[in-house]
Write a protein that binds this ligand. Structure first.
Ligand code: SF4
Length: 589
């Protein structure tokens, strides 16, 4: 890699959505989704005002049936008087006739290729003939919708979700990034051939790594096929509070920083107006670059599309297992940092399970390494001004602590890519000091910057400092970051949908109650989903699920199996705990 080389990023096609545009050189568009019953016009109109006042530039409504579409038309008549510039989007699943009707007055319709051609879902196995028949059925329905979109200047979002791929796509690709990409591209090609280009695409998942890999693959193929449509980014079922924000930014920032993404929606299990400041801050912190210092799609020692981890040797018990967390000595937080650091006149001392060793400056490499009873292994603090190829060629066992404060995140990633490409085999720990007193901004900035490398499993540890926050908080953030980028799981993982018009219970409250009861069940993934229509598919790999199944009713899932049907909502949290007990996954707090 030429150190001075830069890569010009292509612009996506500019697409008109009512009075605004997405893609091309347009700034990032911030959007959200209403969680009212669309048929409740008063509630929907007042929520529109709150979300738009918070700064949203586009709002989507759940339209499960024709009744909801007609309600959306009435909402549009009300809100367009004061806000004609805000596009309204109908979110359609299962019924193409609903999409057809919505396209006559909405500025955009979101369809899900996983369920747009309803008949596909009835088959479990496909041969060539039935595969093509399924695709043809989708084509016919899509062509009908395209004609209406053309006539009414309505845009389409082809919105693929990892958890709801069609059984036809699953039969050929499984629930892989390739499956997600093909699911979108089939529809894109049909639109393209029909001369319809008012398209926005999304590939969403609650699994941040999978989502990043899928979007990269989609971009690469679109560039090869000269079909570069704008991208809507979002991490599904991210949950709430700081955890939900961290997971969202860990999925979006690596893409935004590498020039992928034209509009974003942060899906939180909170009122939709709360999503907007988060989305705006993400947009401000991670603006789209015009060039990159490396080729984002080049497969080298790091595969931007693959899931394998770069191989390094173990040095001072770092490098082989999951990435470690370094925290200040004296941090009282569980899980505790793997390595405690304390500052000395000459640098730092690291302490791990009673053993301590110095962290040297590379300039003092002639110093005898004092660690490991005669072993020459030692830890050294380096920064990005070092030549990564020279560092890579040092064959002694070295734990490199890469101080990345002096370089932009993209240049840090370039440094690390160059290090591995030059044959670096010693583990790297990323050290970053933040000076940010606003908690949410700190969390978003740190998560976004570090996730650029963590999402590709490029480092063997992280060390985050910020004197404005306690070392406990910095340690908590470090573990959350490793979990959100799927490097290491140290707390219960929650998948919770943001809710929409299909949700018939207070999901925000329920999620809090479920968290209170199960936060100690490290290693489990628990889903809280608003509806039985999309919830079971979207909760993907969760171990247990709490899913709304009607007014005042909940179903409990163990994996993909419904084990308790339609139990009263009042008893549902207890029932979930009981099911976890029965399957041997419960432990007392
Ligand atoms: S799972 Fe159901 S309730 Fe939740 S956002 Fe998706 S469609 Fe809406």
């Amino acid at each position: 890699m030429d150190p001075e080389e830069t890569y010009l990023l292509p612009l996506s096609r500019k697409v008109k959505i009512g009075r605004i545009s997405i893609g091309g050189s347009q700034p990032l568009v911030i959007q959200s989704m209403a969680n009212t019953q669309t048929s409740d016009i008063e509630a929907s109109v007042s929520q529109f005002k709150r979300v738009i006042d918070a700064g949203a530039q586009m709002l989507r409504y759940s339209t499960p049936g024709l009744r909801d579409v007609e309600a959306l038309k009435k909402i549009a008549a009300r809100v367009k008087k004061s806000h004609p510039e805000i596009p309204l989007v109908a979110d359609v699943h299962f019924q193409s006739t609903v999409a057809n009707r919505a396209a006559t007055f909405c500025e955009k319709v979101r369809i899900n290729p996983g369920n747009f051609a309803g008949s596909e879902k009835d088959l479990l196995e496909f041969n060539q003939e039935s595969y093509e028949a399924g695709l043809n059925s989708a084509r016919n329905k899509l062509l009908e919708l395209i004609e209406i979109c053309k006539e009414h200047e309505c845009a389409l979002r082809i919105g693929v979700n990892h958890g709801s791929l069609s059984s036809r796509i699953m039969s050929r690709y499984g629930d892989t990034p390739e499956g997600m990409v093909e699911s979108a591209l089939e529809y894109v090609r049909i639109c393209h051939e029909a001369g319809f280009h008012n398209l926005v695409l999304s590939l969403k998942s609650s699994n941040t790594r999978l989502m990043v890999k899928a979007v990269r693959l989609l971009c690469k193929i679109m560039l090869l096929e000269d079909l570069y449509y704008p991208l809507h980014l979002g991490v599904t079922e991210a949950g709430n509070q700081l955890e939900g924000r961290i997971r969202s930014v860990c999925g979006m920032a690596p893409l935004l920083m590498e020039g992928m993404g034209d509009t974003i929606r942060v899906s939180l299990t909170e009122p939709p107006e709360d999503e907007i400041p988060v989305a705006r801050m993400i947009g401000e912190l991670f603006p789209k670059p015009e060039t990159l210092p490396y080729d984002r799609f080049k497969v080298s020692s790091i595969d931007p599309f693959g899931f394998s981890k770069v191989s390094v040797r173990e040095v001072l018990e770092v490098g082989r297992g999951a990435p470690v967390v370094i925290g200040d000595k004296g941090t009282v937080y569980m899980p505790a940092p793997d390595i405690y650091a304390s500052r000395t006149e000459r640098g730092y001392i690291f302490e791990k399970q009673g053993h301590s060793y110095n962290v040297f400056s590379l300039k003092n490499e002639h110093l005898p390494a004092p660690s490991g009873e005669g072993s020459e292994a030692a830890a050294f603090l380096i920064d990005t001004s070092e030549d990564p190829a020279r560092i890579a060629q040092i064959e002694k066992d070295r734990l490199w602590i890469l101080d990345c404060n002096a370089a932009q995140p993209l240049l840090v990633k370039k440094w690390v890519l160059n290090y591995y490409d030059a044959g670096g085999k010693n583990p790297l720990i990323l050290k970053k000091t933040f000076h940010e007193s606003n908690k949410e901004k700190y969390v978003l900035r740190a998560s976004g910057e570090l996730s650029l490398l963590l999402i590709d499993q490029m480092v063997s540890g992280i060390w985050i400092e910020n004197d404005d926050f306690t070392s406990e908080f910095n340690t908590w953030l470090s573990f959350q970051l490793l979990q959100s980028t799927r490097n290491r799981f140290t707390s219960t993982e929650y998948i919770a949908c943001p809710s929409c018009g299909r949700t018939l219970f207070d999901i925000q409250n329920v999620l809090e109650r479920v968290k209170e009861s199960t936060a100690h069940l490290t290693g489990l993934t628990i889903a809280v989903m608003g509806c039985i229509v999309n919830g079971p598919g979207e909760m993907a790999d969760a171990d247990y699920g709490y899913i709304g199944s009607g007014k005042g009713q909940v179903s409990i899932y163990k994996g993909k199996k419904e084990v308790l049907k339609k139990i009263p909502e009042k008893k549902a949290v207890e029932a979930l705990i009981q099911i976890i007990r029965e399957h041997g996954d419960w432990k007392d707090p």
